[in-house]
Design a protein around this ligand. Structure first.
Ligand SMILES: [Zn+2]
Length: 381
């Protein structure tokens, strides 16, 4: 394995080459266990169907587990791997040991508990189960989407990535959708960022990258890449709002994922309403785009492929204006078909404005579309 193209979502870093794995003794036992017990129990839960008539504005909190869309809703299994135990590739890069499937401990987890007296159902595993499930339900209830690809595909999630490795290979303070592996990957945290699977908007952010990669496939470069990041932020906070409409700061991304050290710089990873104020500065209008990310920028691994995590602040700001004036439901219904059907892979900000206004004319009143146009005007798109 050489390098894996990744969506490096939480920090302004480039694609990270993945070093070859080395087997150490420390990992030998669980690694062997995973080989031996690769099969997992196929336990089906007693289905308790959630109310699918729930309006966009009012989801209920879910029980923390024993709840899986795969056996309840038929929208795709969820399989969770704990990479703390086996970070070294027993069945595929970074997956780790399979500990949870369809809301139940796997045979590997049960065996580890029995023979090694080690509880593999960690808090991170349960948080991943809960927040991936919520994301699935949000997409299903709000937009009728069954799993990220609308084909009920199984969702694979690795948690605690990079935790047991002796050095950070760029995955500790990161979360990403690895399209080529069809794997969501969440690092175990580091200096400024932590608790990724515990933050619904972060999990839904990554999930939305997978939605984009099976629809508009927005190229991860410059403005099209910034739109990819933007949609991930928008539908990330929208999923959180869906389950918590009383939230105080609905436009902060990763506000529970910043460590004490990170909080000395900013209260959240990103602030969609005030893009200057996130952990990493973002422009809030086209006029503020730094020259190095402008039209002469050459995409590379060292410039965040021309600032995809930076430029996303501009459309983010526009959408917070739309939401504040049109509400979450109208804005969500407006932007979902733009993200999934209207934009091409090379779409730029100007295409986003154009297609959103075309869609707006189909869905909303002329007066409401003036609000949408004014929101784009405000940020110079
Ligand atoms: Zn991202």
């Amino acid at each position: 394995m050489t390098s894996i193209p990744i969506k490096n979502c939480l920090k302004n870093k480039s694609n990270t080459p993945v070093p070859k794995a080395k087997v150490s003794r420390f990992f030998f036992l669980p690694l062997a266990l995973n080989f031996i017990l690769l099969g997992s129990l196929n336990v089906s839960a007693n289905p308790v169907l959630p109310d699918l008539s729930t309006a966009f504005h009012g989801g209920n909190p879910l029980p923390p587990y024993h709840f899986s869309p795969s056996n309840l809703l038929g929208i795709g299994s969820i399989t969770i791997y704990d990479a703390e135990v086996t970070p070294l590739i027993p069945i595929g890069p970074y997956k780790g040991i399979t500990v949870f499937r369809d809301g139940q401990p796997t045979s590997e987890a049960i065996a580890a508990n029995h023979y090694l007296h080690r509880n593999l159902i960690t808090p991170e595993v349960l948080q991943a189960q809960e927040n991936v499930t919520k994301t699935q339900i949000f997409y299903l209830n709000a937009f009728g989407r069954a799993s990220y690809d609308d084909r009920r595909s199984e969702v694979h999630v690795a948690v605690n990535v990079n935790k047991s490795m002796p050095f950070d290979i760029g995955l500790k303070e990161n979360a990403m959708w690895m399209e080529n592996l069809k794997l969501f990957l969440f690092g175990d945290g580091g200096g400024e960022l932590k608790n990724f699977v515990g933050s619904l908007e972060v999990v839904a952010h990554e999930f939305t990258h997978a939605v984009v990669s099976s629809t508009s496939r927005l190229e991860y470069i410059g403005q099209s890449g910034a739109l990819n990041e933007h949609f991930a932020d928008v539908f990330g906070v929208m999923a959180r709002y869906y389950f918590n409409p009383k939230i105080e700061s609905p436009f902060l991304v990763g506000n529970h994922s910043v460590t004490e050290k990170g909080l000395q710089k900013a209260k959240s990873l990103r602030d969609m309403e005030n893009p200057h104020q996130g952990l990493v500065w973002q422009p809030e209008s086209v006029s503020e785009i730094p020259e190095k990310y402008g039209k002469d920028c050459k995409p590379s691994g060292t410039n965040d492929q021309c600032g995809v995590h930076i430029l996303s602040g501009i459309p983010n700001k526009a959408v917070t204006i739309m939401i504040s004036q049109l509400g979450w439901k109208k804005t969500g219904n407006l932007l979902y078909p733009v993200m999934t059907q209207r934009l091409s892979s090379k779409a730029q900000f100007v295409d986003y404005r154009k297609e959103t206004l075309v869609e707006c004319a189909l869905q909303l009143s002329p007066k409401e579309c003036e609000i949408v146009a004014a929101a784009f005007d405000k940020v110079g798109i």
